[in-house]
Design a binder for this molecule. Structure first.
Ligand code: NZQ
Ligand code: ZN
Length: 399
């Protein structure tokens, strides 16, 4: 167990272009003369006029389009874009969308520059887990703040055939730039807004709710972000509230929740994400909703391992100063659940259509994908996964 801040390197090169009306700056951000492939999802960017603004800005560029990158982007769909790039010779990609389009584009960029079998970019039972040496350059225009994919080097891809959701990371898939226009969030429905707040909240928690190593900067950044989400979350999920600063704070808080600043030098957990991904594979539940359904049970089952941080979280994030340490831990879990409920997120597995009979499948999937001995202590085994899933069915430990 580490007891001090560990050595780290951090080189996050993403050029963030934040604010109003920034899409028009695309010609300055993409190298002149590039042949650009615009990637997007199921059509929201067409419906709400973002694609037209992009095309207008890029009128002097040679451009093509690839649409249909689905939520939880699949290897199968993204591979079609790789073929298109090889056939038509694009040299820059522009992802316009949420985490799924950006993640899909990261894989497309990596696979287009890779000579071997693209599955080898992934480990965990899919391929060899090779370290890629290059990727096609790409930029992003973020339309859904949730994942921080716009400011990190990770991509999560779904493999239909293998029934798996697996990530890869490489410094070569940092976006060259990300345009963050808070006004692009005005068309998001309440459910996606709540997903965004909850996914980012859980990213902070995975980096923070471990054990203390004296990372004052990481801890207080994390606590500031958690307090921000708790404060603005209920207003953010009001799809009719188009207050600019509200959405600007939301967008920026999300981007820095998983861009490396909170994770360097300190332990991380990521077990709630691992357990959640298998639920998405099982029944297609939105990523963020799997997290809020699992996290309360993780806090409860792992309360000994996470004791000191749970107390710190109760005191500093929720201002719980009365009571014993055990009571503070109880309050921390209770208040987390209350927050998720306030923003209309599920807080147990029954609410995301998982029942007792699914647990064998979920645990077996984790074993198959090498997700054993995970968490900040490296001791969250398959038995512990099972216990968390079982507790999470109803969370009847809650008052
Ligand atoms: O496909 P379109 O028509 O564009 O509609 C999308 C999609 O249906 C819609 N949407 C996006 N922007 C919109 C909009 N609708 C109206 N107005 C807008 N401005 O929203 C739907 C969901 O989009 P999606 O991109 O799937 O959501 P999200 O950003 O939550 O991404 C989820 C994916 O990211 C992965 C998840 O596992 C999941 O696959 N993650 C990626 C991470 C990373 N790269 O670091 C970390 C995360 O933990 C997460 O695992
Ligand atoms: Zn997440």
């Amino acid at each position: 167990m580490q007891n001090e801040i560990s050595n780290f390197k951090l080189h996050n090169p993403v050029n963030i272009v934040f604010g109003k009306d920034r899409i028009k700056e695309l010609p300055r951000l993409i190298p002149a003369g590039s042949k650009v492939l615009i990637t997007y999802g199921g059509g929201s960017v067409k419906r709400f006029g973002t694609l037209d603004r992009v095309k207008e800005a890029l009128h002097s560029f040679d451009i093509g389009e690839f649409s249909g990158i689905e939520a939880n982007p699949t290897f199968e769909t993204c591979s079609q874009a790789v073929d298109l790039i090889k056939e038509e010779g694009y040299d820059f990609i522009l992802a316009v969308g949420g985490g799924s389009v950006i993640d899909g584009t990261k894989f497309i960029a990596a696979a287009a520059a890779y000579d071997g079998n693209p599955k080898d970019i992934f480990a965990a039972g899919i391929g060899q887990g090779v370290r890629i040496k290059s990727a096609l350059p790409f930029g992003t225009i973020l339309t859904l703040p949730a994942t921080s994919s716009e400011m990190n080097a990770t991509s999560v891809i779904t493999f239909k055939e293998e029934q798996a959701k697996i990530s890869f990371s490489s410094r070569h898939v940092y976006p060259q730039f990300s345009i963050l226009e808070p006004e692009l969030t005005y068309t998001l429905p309440a459910k996606q807004l709540a997903n965004g707040v909850s996914d980012a909240f859980t990213h902070v928690i995975e980096n923070y709710l471990t054990y203390p190593v004296g990372g004052m900067v990481q801890d207080q950044f994390a606590e500031g972000l958690l307090k921000t989400f708790i404060e603005i979350g209920p207003d953010v999920i009001d799809e009719n509230n188009h207050d600019y600063n509200l959405r600007a704070n939301f967008m920026w808080a999300v981007s820095i929740s998983l861009n490396g600043w909170l994770s360097v030098g300190v332990p991380g957990d990521w077990s709630t994400h691992a357990l959640g991904h298998e639920i998405t594979v099982l029944n297609g539940t939105d990523h963020a909703r799997t997290l809020t359904a699992i996290l309360p049970a993780t806090m409860h089952v792992r309360r000994k391992e996470k004791h000191d941080k749970l107390v710190q979280y109760a005191e500093r994030v929720y201002g719980v100063i009365e009571g014993t340490e055990e009571e503070k831990v109880d309050a921390a879990i209770q208040k987390t659940v209350e927050f998720f409920k306030k923003i209309n997120m599920p807080t147990n597995l029954t609410e995301v259509n998982v029942d007792e009979s699914d647990i064998d499948f979920l645990v077996n999937q984790l074993v198959k994908h090498d997700k054993i001995n995970i968490s900040e202590h490296g001791n969250q085994t398959a038995e512990v996964h099972r216990e968390i899933y079982e507790v999470a069915l109803t969370n009847n430990f809650l008052k």
